[in-house]
Design a protein around this ligand. Structure first.
Ligand code: FIX
Ligand code: ZN
Length: 417
């Protein structure tokens, strides 16, 4: 294909390619429709997403307490968020704008603030068709779930061997094994594995059998764990022993990356539930030391603090077995996404994954990816223009290739390494 001849045609080629690119969403909290209530969807779930609940209580909803809020039915909770966050305080946060974008893209009367009409439309949807509809609008080829073998309600669904659409892939989520061994050991013991509250070599051997059985059972794309700012490696902690004796051997034997999601301060405000988690500066050396110690293992890494991003980018330049991905959670806002994506392009080229949606509610895929495409189109248009001005002449195919790379292509190349 011929090279692009001028900045104007380059700019439109870049923007069109971003608009058209099929995205692989490598981290979500979605579930198969067959797993029933585990899959959250619809306007009331969006309005009560934990970001929104936290926002409600950053305002002054009168004498409403968080304890009273949690006792209310879902629809009443959503009404309070709609009233206080959207109608009385302005929907300027990214999470609020996201709800508006999603409803608007679905063709619903959000401008008219017709919540009753929107609810009527949602209530008429069939979840299987709606999942396909949302994936089509967001233009995803697949989304990776978060599948936790330590959660009984999730295990119960896998025990029933229920159908899972090919558009949903699995990830084995093993936080408990790393950060709460006694709780994990109890679940494994109840499942027939000889694990004890003491994290000794025999128990870790059984834990490895547990993990291998789950890997065979759900065939995950990767194993993942969210870790606190205090996570260090090497160390004589149980976490480090579980990595050395359980997860790394499985990762190497089954060529399964380990996704390190670092810097979460769990339950900074417990009353808010999932919305109560905070952020802390993580130790990039812990990730770098794991990559250096285990060259045969692959590590995917996302960090929650903006402070960590530059150091993590540098680490990713040092280790071919480290893949940086996502503008995670508290970094998932336009101003930070713009900064991180520029930094990553400047330091890593296309060898990273620019985003994951982290969607907990199916409908959020629409806004999380629409907003991301807007930001990335502007950043990439500028970066390609800089490259053109320097003298390079990309072809339209190369523009398409490079854009797909940061929306899933590089991730798949990393998996195949
Ligand atoms: O650990 C995680 O996967 C986090 O993304 C979640 O715990 C978090 O609540 C979330 O969904 C943020 O967007
Ligand atoms: Zn998540």
């Amino acid at each position: 294909m011929t090279q692009l001849k001028d900045l104007a045609s380059l700019d439109s080629a870049v923007r069109q390619a971003v608009a058209d690119v099929t995205i692989s969403d490598i981290h979500t909290h979605l579930f198969s429709p067959s797993h029933g209530k585990l899959l959250l969807w619809g306007v009331d779930e969006m309005l009560t997403y934990h970001y929104m609940v936290a926002e409600l209580f950053t305002m002054n909803p009168g004498d409403l307490t968080i304890e009273a809020f949690w006792k209310l039915p879902k629809r009443a909770q959503a009404d309070l968020v709609w009233e206080h966050v959207f109608l009385k305080h302005g929907a300027l946060s990214e999470a609020c704008r996201g709800v508006v974008t999603t409803l608007n893209v679905l063709g619903l009367d959000v401008a008219g603030r017709d919540l009753a009409g929107i609810r009527k439309w949602v209530d008429a949807q069939n979840v299987d068709d709606y999942l396909a509809k949302v994936f089509g609008i967001a233009n995803l080829d697949y989304a990776v779930m978060t599948n936790n073998p330590f959660k009984p309600e999730e295990v119960a669904c896998w025990d029933k061997d229920l159908p899972v659409p090919v558009s949903l892939k699995t990830a084995l989520r093993i936080d408990d094994l790393l950060v709460n061994w006694p709780a994990a050991a109890k679940v494994m013991r109840q499942a027939g594995y000889k694990t004890t509250a003491k994290c000794d070599p025999a128990a870790r051997k059984e834990a490895k059998r547990f993990i291998l059985d789950w890997v065979s059972r759900i065939e995950p794309v990767y194993m993942a764990a969210s870790l606190g700012p205090d996570f260090g490696y090497p160390s004589d902690s149980d976490s480090a022993k579980v990595l050395d004796d359980v997860l790394i051997p499985v990762a190497i034997e089954r060529s399964l990356p380990i996704a390190l999601m670092m810097g979460v301060k769990k339950r900074m405000n417990p009353a808010l539930g999932d919305g109560g988690d905070g952020v802390g500066v993580a130790d990039v050396d812990a990730a770098a030391n794991l990559c250096a110690t285990y060259g045969d293992a692959k590590f995917i890494c996302t960090m929650l603090s903006r402070v960590n991003q530059h150091e993590l980018c540098v680490a990713a330049r040092k280790f071919g077995n480290l893949h940086v991905e996502g503008c995670w959670w508290f970094c998932n806002s336009p101003s930070i996404i713009d900064e991180m994506t520029r930094m990553r392009l400047e330091m890593l080229g296309t060898a990273f994954t620019c985003q994951h949606s982290d969607a907990r509610v199916l409908d959020q895929l629409i806004y999380k990816w629409a907003h991301m495409r807007e930001i990335v189109a502007n950043v990439l248009a500028e970066k390609f223009a800089d490259l053109f001005t320097a003298g390079w002449r990309p072809t339209p195919d190369e523009v398409t290739r490079d854009i797909r790379a940061i929306f899933g292509g590089s991730f798949e190349a990393f998996l195949a390494k």
